[in-house]
Design a protein around this ligand. Structure first.
Ligand code: SAM
Length: 472
């Protein structure tokens, strides 16, 4: 029985409720009156239930689909403005005891070279990332209690935060490691992590068990209930995600929203972010084997419908997606992207020789961070290196309150401009600087509060004179 407040995975992601939702959506995909009613509710910016959102995802009326797209773009503008937060993944180790059939780290793969960074190597990676201009990382590691125990992850986080190279600093470390215990989540919280990210891969239990035939990740309930344990351990920013291509996207979409509803009902705060990775080619992995791949149009619609259903949740797309695809979907709701990513262990400090390729998957956007930053600004977006919220303790529901009170333009917008200015001063090429300075001058005028505007103008000037690390 569906129960969003239940602690049990099979009750808050109730299979029958997902199937009923899909049937309801299918039956109403031409129901203009109902679709209008749902769109009307969505315009109140309070989000939608999984059933309502599923109807929009299935909607088959071209004019209404256009309205869905326009509404998603409007919500994105009103909540997140034109800011796009930048980050990079940092792969610590590809040792793994699991058998995930879509991931080249799976234990049976004997061709991939296994690597684990030492603390010295982590330093080199972090310096290379700082030298590009990154301030925010997502740590990635396979699951291996012997090679990658929690102590190794904690020590690595400490190392990362300790490195100060020129004007560089990593100010926020998000963590994407396997499901673990409340005690370990508490340790991660104490280590000062930002968001704890864990992709569900698929919410469909039967498929999940087939796709994860061996290792601790085989346990569907333990994996699906991980965010509850993370919250119990004191982490109040959690990031959900589904690996699109494994199962039917409609199923995943409804279940993902049910998961968000569960977190909101249980802890009073929904997910901080949702990631939308699509399966990619990798060593030992042919993505065409999985027959639920989605094309760019469906991908764009999924993003638009997520944006409408959970307006307060940030949305992340990685370099799994090409420049063209990112260009198509950014305005529909994406608030964070990675740039200049390497998915290999140790790939930032040194280029790996072909035969030593330890990469997790092929990436489709191979541009430098400078190129990505310039491209965003050319489209009128503001690349942001801001990490202020978590450093000011505005996590969980405190961040949501900021959003809900419409204070984004007085707070996030200036922070984005100040961190962009730091980036331009320290790392950008001349053409990027030129576009950036003009953009900042225009955008600062959009800060509504005159006192804040004046203060930020002063800080921007100080950044030009070499001062760093201002935040509101
Ligand atoms: N080992 C951790 C776990 O079990 O959740 C997480 C780290 S893993 C490095 C990060 C994510 O990469 C996985 O959750 C999965 O969704 C994604 N991934 C794995 N294989 C992939 C592939 N072939 N293409 C795209 N993404 C993939």
């Amino acid at each position: 029985m569906y129960n969003p407040k239940s602690k049990k995975a099979e009750e808050f992601i109730d299979h029958q409720e997902v199937l009923d939702t899909l049937q309801y959506a299918e039956a109403n995909k031409h129901n203009e009156a109902l679709i209008d009613e749902i769109l009307q509710k969505a315009r109140e910016y309070k989000g939608l239930s999984h059933r309502e959102a599923a109807v929009l995802l299935d909607c088959d009326i071209p004019e209404k689909n256009k309205e869905i797209e326009e509404l998603a773009a409007k919500i994105k503008q009103d909540f997140y403005g034109n800011r796009i937060v930048m980050f990079a993944p940092l792969y610590l180790s590809n040792y793994c005891v699991n058998g995930c059939v879509y991931c080249p780290y799976h234990a049976q793969n004997k061709t991939i070279p296994r690597k684990k960074l030492t603390q010295e190597e982590i330093k080199k990676e972090v310096i290379a990332l700082q030298d590009m201009g990154h301030k925010r990382l997502a740590l990635e590691a396979g699951e291996d209690p012997v090679n990658n125990p929690i102590e190794y992850i904690l020590e690595s986080i400490k190392t990362i935060y300790s490195i100060q190279h020129k004007n560089g600093a990593i100010r926020r470390v998000n963590v994407n490691i396997a499901a673990t215990t409340v005690e370990n989540y508490r340790k991660l919280k104490e280590a000062g992590i930002g968001t704890y990210i864990l992709f569900q891969e698929t919410y469909h239990k039967e498929s999940y068990e087939k796709l994860h035939p061996t290792g601790p990740k085989h346990n569907y309930a333990y994996h699906t209930e991980a965010m509850d344990r993370a919250m119990e351990g004191g982490i109040d920013d959690v990031g959900l995600g589904v690996l699109f291509g494994l199962e039917l996207y409609r199923y995943e979409f409804a279940a993902l929203l049910m998961h968000a509803e569960h977190l909101e009902a249980t802890f009073g705060v929904g997910p901080h972010t949702i990631s939308v990775p699509r399966i990619k080619r990798a060593d030992d992995i042919d993505p065409d084997v999985f027959d639920n791949g989605i094309n760019d149009d469906i991908f764009a619609k999924l993003i638009a419908c997520i944006r409408i259903a959970v307006p307060y949740t940030g949305m992340i797309i990685s370099t799994r997606e090409s420049k063209e695809c990112r260009e198509k979907v950014l305005h529909l709701g994406v608030s964070q992207i990675s740039g200049a990513s390497r998915t290999s262990v140790g790939g930032y400090a040194e280029e790996e020789p072909e035969e030593e390729n330890s990469a997790q998957f092929d990436i489709s956007d191979n541009r430098t961070l400078d190129e990505v930053v310039r491209w965003l600004m050319e489209m009128g977006d503001i690349p942001s290196f801001c990490t202020a919220c978590y450093r000011e303790g505005r996590t969980g529901d405190r961040f949501m309150t900021l959003c809900k009170n419409g204070q984004i333009l007085n707070c996030c917008h200036p922070n984005a401009l100040m961190t962009l200015k730091e980036y331009l001063e320290d790392y950008a090429t001349e053409p990027t600087k030129k576009i950036g300075y003009e953009l900042i001058e225009r955008e600062i005028e959009r800060v509504p509060n005159p006192k804040v505007k004046e203060l930020v103008k002063e800080k921007l000037k100080a950044i030009g004179e070499g001062k760093r690390d201002f935040r509101l």
